[in-house]
Design a protein around this ligand. Sequence first.
Ligand code: MLT
Length: 274
Amino acid sequence: LSPYAVADHERSHARVCVVIDVLRATTVIATAIAAGARSVTTCSDIEQAFEMKRSASSDSLPLLCGERECRPIDGFDYGNSPGEYSPAGVGQRDIVMTTTNGTRAIDAASDCDVMMLACFANLSSVADAIIDEVSDVSVQDASSGSGAPPKASGLVRIVCAGTNGAITGEDTLLAGALIAVCHRKLSDTARFYDGPIELKNDSGAIALAAWQHCITHDKVSDSESLAQRLAMTDGGRNMIAAGYEQDLVDCGSIDVFDTVPQRDRLSPARFVSR
Ligand code: MLT
């Protein structure tokens, strides 16, 4: 549930990895690409971001975006609020982004073939993309040929950014929601005879239980009630204390676009629309 607390046995190589930082890095990256940004390249420190801008050609200077201690960085173009990212501001632009935890989670997840970024705003589309990826594996499995309908297979790893090494509620809830939506979609589809997902460790089970509790006990049923629930997480309280309450509404909005940021196969930290 937090990349800094991943046990060695949980680090097993997964072909597909999904990184989550609901508040706010993965929400912002997905929002920027949904608004028309050409790419978002993440980096871990501020000086590196300035250097990437200095070394870019003058006709395609990237926008510098991100935060430190939740706040915009001096000399940068945008901070880390999804509401800042509009088609007029970022359309057709390349972005360089550095944040405190989100970009570190992306680094921690780098050992995979397909890396996608999830937020509540693209929840269903990420689930569809995961199923597409595991379907490719199952089609290959089926071609070896028992004649039975294929079983979805393929390990998918979900990496939650957390905050400064601690597990956070908002990331855990999205991880659970993603597992639940994948489970429902796989169970609904006739392509597979064995829908249910096998959770490889307790982290997945804990995340799923947290999301189910959120629905049944906290009565989260839509974006509005989710934003209220996010306000009760550590990350949510930090956002409110820093004056970014509106970001909880944006980061809690469910299924508002279908953009899935996916790591460019040729670059370790450049994300484009899948
Ligand atoms: C992070 O990457 O640490 C977060 O996105 C923090 C924030 O948005 O302030």
